[in-house]
Design a protein around this ligand. Structure first.
Ligand SMILES: C[S@@+](CC[C@H](N)C(=O)[O-])C[C@H]1O[C@@H](n2cnc3c(N)ncnc32)[C@H](O)[C@@H]1O
Length: 215
């Protein structure tokens, strides 16, 4: 599998100071969104969460804080693991969170009731996204769900921020933005049912797309 988007992460993760700067920037975007996702989705139906590309665990940590019955596995590249342990201690959820280092193109994904993939599919091409989504389908336990969240382009292509993000991804790593309709279609193609798009309240295009795996 060709992986044009990998070079950015290889460069960023080769240096501990850059790792930390990148993680802090991701957390500044994900915190508010994670709190909203913790309220807008019914987490009582699941017990085990896997956050794919979950970085140092900020989103997973917030979901664990909000829902004490959950346990989480964060799946991301191996160099981030020390920052993950430090961050889970800081959030007070270290006892319910574990890290699994790997590459989602190369390695099997951890199984769970609910898999999540946030702000990550825009780094990749549509074929690469389909590969990740198909692997996520295999890893979701029967009766569970897959949630993708991202800054998604609106159907009328009127919101500026998702279009700017898309341009930045195309120029920097060969990825692109996408619409909620496209994402809904990829999940349905992979086998997920009852796929729905849930716009978040920032009015900027942040959207959750949720699909369910039949029992
Ligand atoms: C833009 S960041 C988003 C982080 C986090 N999900 C959030 O919402 O803040 C994308 C994340 O995906 C991870 N990632 C990218 N490619 C990956 C791969 N092939 N396997 C595992 N993780 C990957 C990166 O290391 C990074 O942490």
């Amino acid at each position: 599998m060709q992986k044009e988007g990998s070079e950015f992460f290889e460069h960023t993760y080769a240096n501990v100071d850059l790792q930390r700067m990148f993680m802090e920037a991701q957390d500044s975007l994900s915190s508010e969104i994670a709190w909203e996702i913790s309220r807008r989705v019914d987490w009582s139906q699941w017990r085990t969460l896997v956050d794919l590309g979950g970085a140092r665990g900020n989103t997973a940590g917030i979901l664990l804080e909000a829902h004490p019955h959950l346990t989480a596995t964060v799946f991301d590249m191996p160099p981030i693991e020390p920052l993950f342990h430090e961050h889970m201690e800081r959030l007070g959820v270290a006892g319910r969170a574990r890290y699994q280092g790997g590459d989602w193109f190369e390695n099997p994904l951890p199984e769970g009731d609910v898999l999540l993939c946030g702000h990550a599919l825009h780094n990749w091409t549509t074929d690469q996204r389909r590969t990740v989504i198909a692997k996520a389908y295999d890893a979701v336990l029967p009766g569970g769900a897959f949630l993708v969240h991202d800054l998604m382009i609106d159907a009328g292509r009127e919101r500026l921020n998702p279009l700017m993000l898309s341009l930045a991804m195309t120029l920097s790593v060969g990825g692109s933005g996408y619409t909620a309709e496209e994402c809904t279609g990829w999940l349905a193609e992979a086998g997920f049912e009852d796929v729905e798009a849930i716009p978040l309240q920032d009015h900027d295009g942040h959207t959750v797309v949720l699909g369910r795996k039949p029992r």
